[in-house]
Each structure stands twice: as structure tokens, then as C-alpha cells.
Design a protein around this ligand. Structure first.
Ligand SMILES: Cc1cn([C@H]2C[C@H](O)[C@@H](COP(=O)(O)OP(=O)(O)OP(=O)(O)O)O2)c(=O)[nH]c1=O
Length: 202
């Protein structure tokens, strides 16, 4: 598997975001790690650790490849909001985020051969409008929150809840393209705008 790129992620969003910059990983191999936060672990420390562990989990099984991994959390103060597991949890996350400012942190990690894993964290500030109970109920019923950190997806209806965003759309969606491009380039992976052009962007 020499000179292959492995995306260590089960997230279809990450694959789609990579395609925007012309990158098609040869393999997609999600890592199977324990994602429980440590007691008192801050959101920033947590995403950094998660992205690193995902990359290293796959790297320990596939040497001689470039491995790319990421992790996204929504942080309400010091509180980490991972993926909502059910409607009740999605509802409580949305109540918490309603009318407030929160952070979305995405860490992206790259591992190559035996070199130390390189990680970059992208931090975004998002402010939601105040959500009425009816808006929350309607959104939860849509199911769009499933599999998304913090119980919402910027790439869907919930973008219309966002009054303010400081950061990058791709980072909130799960893979910061600015940081990812730099990490890949620094690791010697070829990237070019001409290999990414697609009619849909014209
Ligand atoms: C905030 C937000 C998150 N997300 C997604 C990105 C991630 O897929 C997910 C956060 O969970 P992660 O644990 O980062 O990723 P994952 O479990 O989906 O995939 P893997 O661990 O195998 O890489 O939330 C969106 O799609 N849109 C959003 O607006």
C-alpha cells in the first residue's frame, strides 16, 4: 500500500470535503477507538487527542501510507457535545445552543511512516438564533442531526439557524480544508486546483 492515502473516517462529509480539493483517498478505513472524554478534559485537548488516536490506530495497521483523520466537537463553554444519540439528546443540545454562542472545534491529523503525527485544530465561533420549541421539534423530527456533533448540520437546514460564524464552513462540517491542504502538502502529498475542478463548481 505504498504512497496511498487512507482516510481514517466513517464520515461521508469528510470524503465529500476532500473531493472538493481533488483528493480521493485510495482507502477509507474508520478507526475503532474509545471516544469517551477523560475526566475534566477540555474540548480542545479532546479533539486533538481523538484525531491523533484515530490516525495512529489506522497507522499501526497500515504502514507506508499517508493517514488522514479528524474529529469534530461542539463546545458549549467547557462542555463537550459529541454526536447526539437520540431525539431526546438532540433536543437538549438544541435548547442549550439556542440564542447562544458556541464553539465548533475540528482537529485534523496526518500520519506518515514513523514520523510523529502532525495535528492542527481549527476553532470556529457559531451563534444560533433563539429557537422556539416548535423550531426545535421540527428540526429534531427531520432527523438531520443524526451522526452530527452537537446535534446539527451546518450543511443542511440548520445553516438557517446561524446568525454568525467566525471560522470556516468546512471546519464546522467536519474537515477544515485550509488546514488539511497544508498538512497534506507538508507531508508531500500532491495537491492541485486543476485536479479538483468539477462542473458543479462552475
Ligand atoms: C457540527 C457538525 C458536525 N458534523 C459532523 C462531522 C462528523 O462526521 C461528526 C462528528 O463526529 P466525529 O466523531 O468527529 O466523526 P464521525 O464519528 O462522523 O466519523 P469518524 O470518527 O470515523 O471520523 O459531525 C456535520 O456534518 N455538520 C456539522 O455542522
Amino acid at each position: 500500500m505504498a504512497s496511498s492515502l487512507i482516510l481514517a473516517s466513517a464520515s461521508p462529509r469528510r470524503l465529500a470535503l476532500l473531493a472538493r480539493i481533488g483528493i480521493k483517498p485510495e482507502f477509507v478505513l474508520p478507526a475503532d477507538i474509545d471516544e469517551t472524554p477523560k475526566k475534566g478534559e477540555l474540548p480542545l485537548e479532546y479533539v486533538r487527542r481523538m484525531a491523533t488516536e484515530k490516525a495512529e490506530w489506522v497507522a499501526s495497521r497500515h504502514s507506508e501510507c499517508h493517514i488522514l483523520a479528524a474529529d469534530t466537537v461542539v463546545a458549549a463553554g467547557r462542555r463537550i457535545l459529541p454526536k447526539a444519540e437520540d431525539e431526546k439528546q438532540a433536543t437538549s443540545y438544541l435548547k442549550l445552543l439556542s440564542g447562544r454562542r458556541h464553539r465548533v472545534l475540528t482537529a485534523v491529523a496526518i500520519q506518515k511512516d514513523d514520523a510523529p503525527t502532525t495535528v492542527k485544530v481549527s476553532s470556529n465561533i457559531v451563534t444560533f438564533k433563539s429557537l422556539s420549541p416548535r423550531e426545535i421539534e421540527d428540526y429534531v423530527a427531520s432527523g438531520e442531526w443524526r451522526g452530527k456533533a452537537g446535534g446539527y448540520a451546518i450543511q443542511g437546514y440548520a445553516e438557517s439557524f446561524i446568525r454568525f460564524l467566525a471560522g470556516s464552513h468546512s471546519s464546522v462540517m467536519g474537515l477544515p480544508l485550509y488546514e488539511t491542504r497544508h498538512l497534506l502538502m507538508n507531508a508531500g502529498w500532491p495537491i492541485s486546483a486543476s485536479s479538483s475542478f468539477q462542473e458543479e463548481y462552475a
